[in-house]
Design a protein around this ligand. Structure first.
Ligand code: ZN
Length: 375
């Protein structure tokens, strides 16, 4: 996800923080500071940080449950409306998906129960309104935040956990793609409703609506891609005509190739036909600015390129692409490990478009694309 940067790694999962979350922290500090001075500002930031610790623990609930089914989570991004755990794949079995979806809210139920135990009972809901009392009511408020996290996340719409549960239940009857489409539609309708409410009331709702809408849209696109990939192998979708660079080439040579061809990313391939890395347009720009056109491409390129065999299912190649954050492409190799093709975001998008047109119903109908390819 753009506009975010890493703050730490826990058991192989990179924790990233979105820029808008830092803006939220600054906003809380300023509004609290204006009302109650420095103490209030510090307390506001401490409170929001504790809230995000609860959100992070919620995400690790999902991560731990997914790991039980052999699914790794390359990164978690903290957004102002919560966290997003990006898993390398979604469990195929609806029962497992429900277990992974429920593991997050379950963590907040446990935190709320522990807080109630420490506080000697359920705190009065009015504490949420008492923001002006510094120190007092911090744990009480944290209790209600966890209750809210459970309720909000169980709304049966994408991208909330409740949407995943709904999708899994629908998937039993109508398949994964159609279930996702319905859950995503409900999510987008909900986002419009929230946005409308926000216009007449709390502007924070518009903010939440924005992220809910984006989350639902990206879930729908993901499901569409998975449906189109069903039953195909990597060789069916990969790009085979591209220009590659020699490991001896310089960034200056790469810039010439960039101008000469429609390509933006260039594989660096050695004499034995093996991929050494990929040089993107961004890498070239950075190298030109920092070290100049004489920089060898091997010093400027990205080396963490996921690779798959040409015969593996296309869905496995998509999972490989997801497994490396920000990877420009998947290298497609033959049995000898030689590069025979590339799977890039751009050629996947084109592949999706062509498939949608071939199904005769125009782009944007996930289920029809999936069914056409299956049948
Ligand atoms: Zn969750």
């Amino acid at each position: 996800m753009g506009w975010s940067f890493p703050i730490g790694v826990v058991r192989g999962t990179v924790i990233r923080i979105h820029l808008t979350f830092l803006l939220l922290l600054a906003w809380i500090a300023v509004t609290h500071g204006l009302r109650g001075g420095t103490d209030a500002a510090v307390e506001g930031v401490v409170f929001i940080s504790l809230v995000f610790l609860c959100v992070l623990l919620h995400e690790f609930g999902h991560v731990t449950a997914a790991r039980r089914y052999g699914i790794q989570t390359p990164d978690i991004t903290l957004l102002p409306i919560g966290g997003v755990a990006r898993m390398e794949r979604i469990p195929e079995e609806p029962g497992r998906e429900i277990a992974v979806a429920l593991a997050g809210p379950a963590v907040n139920v446990v935190i709320a129960l522990l807080l109630a135990l420490v506080l000697g009972g359920v705190p009065a809901p009015e504490v949420m309104a008492e923001v002006e009392k510094p120190g007092v009511g911090l744990l009480q408020r944290l209790f209600w935040v966890n209750v809210f996290l459970v309720v909000f996340n169980m709304i049966p719409a994408f991208p909330m956990d409740g949407g995943r549960v709904l999708r899994a239940i629908l998937a039993y009857r109508m398949g994964h793609a159609r279930g996702t489409e319905i859950a995503a539609r409900i999510g987008q309708a909900l986002a419009f409703g929230l946005g409308l409410l926000g216009l007449f009331g709390n502007p924070l709702l518009i903010f939440i609506a924005f992220f809910v809408y984006l989350g639902a849209a990206s879930e729908a696109a993901e499901a569409q891609l998975r449906a189109a990939a069903h039953g195909l192998i990597t060789a069916d979708a990969m790009e085979t005509r591209y220009e590659s660079l020699s490991p001896m080439a310089t960034v200056g040579d790469a810039v010439e190739a960039l101008i000469r061809t429609p390509q933006t990313d260039f594989p660096v391939v050695d004499g034995a036909g093996r991929l050494r890395g990929v040089l993107t347009r961004d890498d070239m720009v950075r190298a030109l600015r920092e070290t100049g056109p004489e920089t060898p491409v091997v010093e400027a390129m990205r080396r963490d390129i996921p690779a798959v065999n040409v015969r593996v299912p296309l869905q496995a190649a998509l999972a490989a692409l997801r497994s490396v954050p920000g990877a420009p492409a998947v290298a497609v190799e033959d049995v000898a490990g030689r590069l025979v093709g590339l799977l890039t975001h751009q050629n996947l998008a084109e592949f999706m478009m062509v498939n949608a047109l071939r199904s005769g119903r125009g782009p944007g109908t996930a289920a029809s694309v999936g069914n056409a390819l299956r049948g």
